[in-house]
Design a protein. Structure first.
Length: 458
């Protein structure tokens, strides 16, 4: 074991101890994560950080009760003590785990790590490139970070698996001044890749996006609030899928009856033209998983199939409760946390309308292009998003650029009110993380252009 000096005999003893009070299932999540980041600000490389996250989490499940303990000391004695604590929290009828362990190895130790000198050169180039694109640029902040996570997972089903997950991200923010105004905007990218991510094409694309988004704000205005049709642009508008709809599909919220979709499996919940996917199989996407943080293989899960609610987003615990297979959505921030049902890459499948036809169908409304924030109340499904960039639609044409507007609605209602679906699905690969239960995990989302018949804009 490369990072974890633990014998298989010790792992077997820990699992046996974890189940000694009668747990039905137990697993051990071992993690070694290296984090490296460099920041440029005001033309200078001003910050560099390096950190290591290292430890093990031990979980015991007995019926509806879960016991969890973690340790950063991986000595046999401490691991066994942690297993006893987890077992004490969760008690049930005794069973014996099957052995020996069956190994599944997904590790690729060829990942190239960022080098300080090369990273600094990339950041200085980004600063120079942004300033050369527009003379109004007065300040550039850029950061490059890499996270290499080695995990090993062992469970009482006799499975032992290993994986290496390399994630790299680029963030660029730009401040510009024009005619006494100052505006700021940013662009980001995040993928499961090594340093090959930092190509000339990728860097230039993100810099151009940050500069153009900032320049846009000088000509954009706010408009009076009202209820109106909203055309959600392809890509970044996928935050609507994630916040307003996706969380309500997570099975723990449906298990407790908190979600508005509780008890609606098999029912029609929107137009038959709509199908929604949560996907753990997209190559290089941050939601890609060989296996989730419970050892379940990543898969492509159809949540809504032509308007019909087909599946919730499951971990092992909720899948057992509903009597279905887990969907590979058991995710955790680190070894310090137990897994939860979490999204991976959530998107709506393409329809057959062109973006032009969707815009032309609107007499008066808005075209929402980029967002900076969003939140949802899971129970009622009410949401609000902050739109940073968009356009007014008048007589089927994009006219006045608009900015800094709230879009307010109800998730199930907005889903039901989608009347046109575009043929231009785009996955948004911005550096997005999702918070739930005090944990943050990387996610992506996507959307083709869609028309929502009415939302409150203000």
């Amino acid at each position: 074991m490369y990072h974890f000096p633990i014998t298989r005999e010790t792992l077997t003893d820990v699992l046996s101890t974890a189940l000694s009070r009668g747990g039905e299932y137990s697993d051990i999540f071992l993690e070694h994560t290296e984090v490296f980041s460099v920041v440029l600000q005001d033309g200078l490389v001003s910050q560099s950080q390096q950190a290591v996250i290292y430890g093990a989490g031990i979980r015991v499940v007995s019926g509806s009760q879960t016991g969890y303990a973690y340790t950063m000391d991986l000595s046999p004695c401490t691991m066994l003590n942690a297993a006893r604590f987890a077992a004490k929290i969760s008690e049930g009828s005794k069973i014996s785990p099957p052995f020996p362990l069956i190994t599944k190895n997904y590790c690729d130790t060829s990942t190239q790590i960022l080098e300080s000198k090369a990273t600094c050169q990339h950041l200085i180039y980004i600063d120079q490139l942004a300033r050369s694109m527009d003379s109004r640029v007065i300040r550039v902040k850029a950061s490059i970070s890499q996270r290499i996570q080695d995990v090993e997972l062992v469970n009482s089903l006799g499975e032992y698996m290993k994986d290496q997950r390399s994630r790299i991200s680029l963030m660029i923010s730009v401040v510009m001044q024009h005619d006494g105004q100052t505006q700021m905007n940013y662009a980001t990218r995040m993928f499961q890749m090594g340093i090959e991510f930092l190509s000339e094409k990728c860097i230039r694309e993100v810099v151009e996006e940050a500069v153009s988004r900032t320049a846009f704000l000088f000509k954009a205005k706010q408009i009076e609030g009202e209820e109106m049709p909203v055309v959600m642009a392809a890509g970044a508008s996928g935050i609507l899928m994630h916040e307003a709809i996706g969380h309500s599909f997570e099975a723990d919220f449906n298990r407790t009856g908190e979600s508005v979709f509780a008890g609606k499996i098999g029912q029609m919940i929107c137009d038959p033209s709509i199908s929604i996917i949560d996907d753990g199989t997209l190559p290089h996407d941050v939601g890609f998983l060989h296996f989730d943080d419970e050892g379940v293989p990543g898969e492509k899960t159809i949540l809504v199939d032509h308007g019909r609610l087909n599946s919730y987003i499951h971990d092992r615990i909720t899948a057992k409760f509903f009597g279905v297979r887990p969907t590979g959505n058991g995710r955790r921030e680190s070894f310090r946390y137990p897994p939860q049902p979490r999204m991976r890459s959530t998107y709506m499948m393409e329809g057959d309308a062109s973006e032009e036809d969707i815009i032309h169908s609107v007499k008066r409304g808005i075209y929402a292009k980029t967002f900076t924030n969003g939140q949802v109340q899971i129970g009622a499904g009410d949401f609000t998003f902050f739109m940073k960039q968009g356009y007014l639609i008048e007589d089927g044409h994009l006219t006045q650029p608009i900015r800094d507007m709230n879009i307010i609605g109800n998730g199930p209602r907005a889903l039901y009110d989608i009347s046109m679906v575009g043929n231009n699905l785009m996955i948004d690969h911005s550096a997005s993380t999702c918070g739930k239960g005090g944990q943050n995990v990387p996610v992506s989302q996507g959307l083709p252009t869609v028309l929502v018949k009415k939302l409150v804009v203000g």
